[in-house]
Design a protein around this ligand. Structure first.
Ligand code: GAR
Length: 210
């Protein structure tokens, strides 16, 4: 099982979905650390409840010094023997150096069908644009924000009656299904970054079970 850190900034519902998946001993990722850049992230309590090691590296304490902030994160990741990273509502932009170091080993989930609506307020922007389909994307992280190779997507309809909250809820339910699947692909070695693209080997994997 590949030792994986989940990086959060808030609620942690995607984190909870990954933790739940990883309770299965056959799941290829083991959650070795939940790291938050905010001490008040609600997800931290859920991780503690689940018996997962947690760490806070308060980005606020580092001001504009992103390199020092990331060095402090790297120290926590190293201390916990982390091999893979899953960003789950982690709201800090990472430097090119950090993303290069974790290239091919770091996933992010984004609440839109990329390349539509990168950045923030995706559900309000989808409603304003009048799209009929919206959804979520898991991608490998590269230096350009929300620009990394797409691994998996799930689409939901946008209904005429939708307010932002209803649409967000419909997308979030898909996030919770999609992210555990995508992390399993990365942790099992089925998903790899090759020439800047996400390549998924869907051939049946050898298994110990009949
Ligand atoms: C999720 O919808 C996630 O896709 C989004 O923040 C939410 C976090 O919720 N991520 C981003 O916008 C990344 N820029 P959660 O803390 O309950 O998982």
């Amino acid at each position: 099982r590949r030792r994986t850190a989940i990086l959060i900034s808030g609620r942690g519902s995607n984190m909870a979905a990954l933790l739940a998946a990883a309770t299965d001993p056959a799941y290829p990722a083991e959650i070795a650390l939940v790291l938050s850049n905010r001490a008040d992230a609600a997800g931290l309590a859920r991780a503690v409840e689940a018996g997962i090691p947690t760490a806070v590296v308060a980005s606020r304490g580092f001001g504009k010094d992103r390199a020092a902030f990331e060095a402090a994160m790297e120290a926590e990741l190293a201390a916990h023997g982390v091999e893979l990273i899953a960003l789950a509502g982690f709201m800090r932009v990472l430097t090119e150096g950090f993303t290069r170091r974790w290239e091919g080993r770091m996933l992010n989930i984004h609440p839109s069908l990329l390349p539509a609506f990168p950045g923030l307020d995706t559900h309000a922007r989808a409603l304003a644009a009048g799209v009929r389909l919206h959804g979520c994307t898991v991608h490998l992280v590269t230096p350009g924000v929300d620009e990394g190779p797409i691994v998996a997507q799930a689409a939901v309809p946008v209904l005429a009656t939708d307010a932002e909250e209803a649409l967000a809820r419909r997308v979030l339910a898909e996030e919770h299904r999609l992210y555990p699947t995508a992390l399993a692909w990365l942790a099992s070695g089925q998903l790899r970054l090759e020439n800047g693209r996400a390549v998924l080997n869907t051939a049946p994997q050898p298994s110990g079970e009949s």
